[in-house]
Design a protein around this ligand. Structure first.
Ligand code: SF4
Ligand code: SF4
Ligand code: SF4
Length: 370
């Protein structure tokens, strides 16, 4: 088990910690959810490059998102956060400045048969600045009545339009957020710490990879991951033949094979909007923080960086995100903690308890007559 050798919490260079002598700069992702259009090109590229078998075929019936979640056969998952009237109204009560990215699309939106939504427009420009819209702002169902001449980059105008729409009771009844989720490649990776076979290992790029041929399918890593990312691969329902790596723990490798030959990960390569950026992790953190500042300056006060804090419970992650609302809205833990962080304390207490028992047992014999 790897935790005997490595630092268990706090900021560190995980590659050096794992014994790499002269590792290259740590690599990672910056996923900017504000310019994701939900095309799922990243999901498909990941499946294609890694030869991942089908996990399910069919419609969920209650969502446009038919891949549902990350899993053993979905290493990139583009989550559609679909908030209905109830959720929207509840969120509105909080008084927060909310954003609606509009329905996932690669074409001008057909919603209400009107102008393209800003979320969709943004993806078509590399230097897209407007990231979605304040709920009830221009472009949304509520504010389309304000007319196409509304200045979409003017937050005050957006707010005025939203207030006007609210006053007339024309509330939007649905909002979309989109986020392409992936393994976090944690600085302190519980999956790796608890693996009894050494199947999970830390690469020289600071990423976490499973060696299929070494995994015995015990599933310890599945229970340990604080993000619910890693999973054992099951045979899809109704499938008679065994599938590739059946019973083996599977997750994103951050395209270890591609990094080794100086190629971008397949998902980042395929993303048409640069929502998924790849590079040196320090640079990814810097870009995420800059983007959050830009959005704040435009009045999108709920924009926030997720995963860049090296003092959080997992020492920061290799996959950094720009979110447009609280992590819980995206199904992410607000304060993830590596499940092995408390091991030294547990061992200390167990040792103390053992010594106390020994001392008690010894005391029973002291003073007894021979
Ligand atoms: S997110 Fe989960 S599977 Fe990925 S490195 Fe962290 S603990 Fe491991
Ligand atoms: S880095 Fe590679 S393995 Fe990971 S999600 Fe992207 S394409 Fe898939
Ligand atoms: S991250 Fe990029 S490729 Fe993936 S769904 Fe969003 S825009 Fe499409």
């Amino acid at each position: 088990m790897g935790f005997w050798r490595t630092q268990l919490s706090g900021p560190t260079d995980p590659a050096r910690d794992a014994g790499w002598e002269d590792p290259p700069p740590r690599k990672g992702f910056f996923t900017d959810t504000s310019i994701c259009i939900g095309c799922k090109a990243c999901e498909v590229a990941c499946k294609e490059w890694n030869g991942i078998p089908m996990d399910r075929l069919g419609m969920t019936g209650d969502s446009y998102d038919n891949t549902v979640s990350l899993g053993a056969s979905t290493w990139r998952h583009v989550a559609f956060i679909e908030q209905t009237t109830e959720g929207v109204e509840k969120a509105r009560e909080s008084g927060k400045r909310l954003v609606d990215l509009g329905m996932p699309s690669i074409r001008p939106s057909e919603r209400l048969g009107t102008e393209p939504l800003v979320g969709a427009t943004a993806m078509r420009t590399q230097d897209a600045v407007p990231a979605g819209l304040p709920l009830g702002g221009p472009g949304t169902a509520a504010s389309l009545e304000a007319g196409p001449e509304t200045d979409l980059s003017d937050v005050d105008a957006a707010q005025r339009a939203a207030e006007e729409a609210l006053a007339t009771g024309t509330l939007p009844n649905f909002r979309w957020l989109i986020a392409s989720d992936v393994c976090k490649h944690c600085t302190h990776a519980a999956c790796l710490d608890v693996c009894p076979t050494g199947s999970l290992f830390r690469t020289e790029f600071g990423t976490v990879v499973v060696q299929d041929e070494v995994c015995n399918g015990c599933g310890y890593c599945v229970a340990a991951c604080p993000f619910g990312v890693i999973e054992r691969r099951d045979r899809p329902e109704g499938e008679k033949k065994a599938v590739k790596n059946e019973g083996i723990a599977q997750k994103c490798t951050l395209c270890y094979d591609r990094l080794g030959v100086d190629q971008k990960p397949a998902c980042a390569q395929a993303c048409p909007t640069t929502s998924i950026q790849f590079g040196d992790l320090d640079e990814m953190r810097r870009r995420a923080s800059e983007r959050a500042k830009t959005l704040h300056a435009k009045g999108y006060t709920e924009a926030r960086v997720y995963g860049a804090d090296q003092n959080d419970g997992v020492g920061g992650t290799g996959s950094v995100f720009l979110l447009l609302d609280e992590p819980e809205v995206y199904g992410l833990p607000p304060d993830p903690v590596v499940t092995t962080a408390d091991l030294p304390d547990i061992f200390r207490k167990a040792g103390f308890a053992g010594l106390t028992m020994l001392a008690g047992a010894a005391a029973c014999f002291i003073g007894r007559r021979p």
